[in-house]
Design a protein around this ligand. Structure first.
Ligand SMILES: Cc1cc2nc3c(=O)[nH]c(=O)nc-3n(C[C@H](O)[C@H](O)[C@H](O)COP(=O)(O)O)c2cc1C
Length: 216
């Protein structure tokens, strides 16, 4: 694979809400995408993730109702102006997508001697996020869309999916074929927030000291 092909996937990846077609994901494609997630680096090789595949309509409907209630909770915290902008933004495609993939984190896996986690407990969670990013990129390469939903209370999802105590749901990923991917993130398209330039995020030797970043 050329570097260009990799960067193309990286830059085409989008968070998808409204573009799911609902068509099924071929089984071999789903396996490849899950294998990609499962190939992620993890602290102490703990591989602390699991993937719960949710296609049942009743389960997805129950989750969506909860998400919409949490959307209201967030909306109530906003100023009138921000709320107006937020009102135009779709935040999930739970029913429109083909499959919900719930990614969980088990802090007990490999414990207590998780190599590399003794000082930073969050390193386990970082590992799960890397699996999610692998999944997201692989799905993009396969022509699928992914939409991360985090408008939920962990306890609700734990109960809904029989997730054992101590194991945390980290993401509900709406996944499936899409009609296309936008070039610009939805939050930018709808005027919620703009991306920062790389120069603003890059520091030289000390935090706060601007670094020059050359054009690629
Ligand atoms: C941890 C995390 C949680 C997110 N939760 C939601 C969510 O609940 N609903 C939503 O519409 N998008 C969610 N997103 C997607 C972001 O809004 C999106 O990644 C960001 O606006 C940049 O757009 P892009 O992914 O298309 O580049 C989440 C993304 C991350 C990384």
């Amino acid at each position: 694979m050329t570097p260009e092909a990799f960067y193309d996937v990286l830059l085409r990846r989008r968070d998808v809400r409204a573009e799911f077609t609902g068509e099924p994901i071929p089984e071999n494609v789903l396996t490849r995408v899950l294998e990609a997630a499962h190939a992620a680096p993890s602290v102490g090789l703990s591989q602390p993730w699991d993937f719960v595949l949710v296609s049942d309509r009743d389960t997805r409907t129950a989750f969506r109702e909860h998400v919409l209630a949490e959307r209201e909770v967030f909306a109530r915290s906003l100023s009138a102006e921000r709320n107006e902008t937020f009102g135009k933004i779709k935040i999930e495609g739970i029913l429109e997508s083909s499959l919900g993939i719930v990614v969980t984190y088990d802090p007990a896996r490999g414990a207590p001697d998780v190599l590399g986690r003794h000082a930073i407990a969050d390193a386990g969670l970082y590992s799960v996020c890397l699996a999610i990013q692998n999944l997201w990129l692989a799905a993009t390469a396969e022509g699928l869309g992914v939409g991360w939903v985090s408008f939920y209370r962990e306890e609700f999802l734990q109960e809904l999916l029989d997730i054992p105590a101590g194991i945390r749901p980290v993401a509900w990923l709406c996944t499936g074929p899409v009609s296309g991917l936008h070039e610009t993130p939805d939050l930018e398209r709808f005027g919620w927030r703009n991306r920062r330039p790389l120069t603003a995020a890059t520091h030289l030797e000390r935090f706060g000291v601007p670094a020059t970043v050359h054009n690629p």
